[in-house]
Write a protein that binds this ligand. Structure first.
Ligand code: GCU
Length: 128
């Protein structure tokens, strides 16, 4: 199937804010996670059939430390403490990819910060 972008600024945000003060984002901005464990962004992604899909999460991490996040789909763990390593600058964006099991209908894809540093800045996910 075709790749579809889902912007972070259009998703459900818990403990984070939409910002646009670093260049290179797509859409109208990105999500700056609060610097707390448990902050998350949750996208609702429709699928016509059940099965594995490729998910790419576009992020920037201008610090020198990994900003891991738990990746879940419909409440089920897909990748615990998935690494989001430094990208060199807040304006340098990278892709993290993983395979996610989708069900037919709406899917809740959530990225939750696991450390007190919060998540990286998140631009969007691309599902294909
Ligand atoms: C800086 C940066 C933000 C980033 C934040 C963080 O304030 O400008 O975009 O989200 O650091 O550490 O999370």
């Amino acid at each position: 199937p075709a790749a579809v972008d889902y912007q972070a600024e259009d998703a459900f945000i818990s403990q984070g804010v939409v910002e646009s003060n670093h260049t290179g984002f797509s859409g109208t901005g990105f999500v700056n996670y609060d610097n707390v464990s448990g902050s998350f962004v949750e996208w609702t992604v429709p699928a016509s059939t059940a099965g594995p899909a490729s998910l790419a999460l576009r992020y920037a991490n201008g610090t020198t430390l990994n900003r891991p996040m738990d990746m879940t789909v419909n409440g089920m763990a897909v990748s615990a403490a998935h690494p989001f390593n430094p990208t060199g600058a807040w304006s340098s964006w990278a892709m993290a990819t993983l395979t996610v099991p989708l069900t037919a209908g709406p899917n809740r894809i959530r990225a939750t910060a696991t450390t007190a540093n919060g998540g990286p800045n998140v631009d969007k996910i691309t599902v294909s």
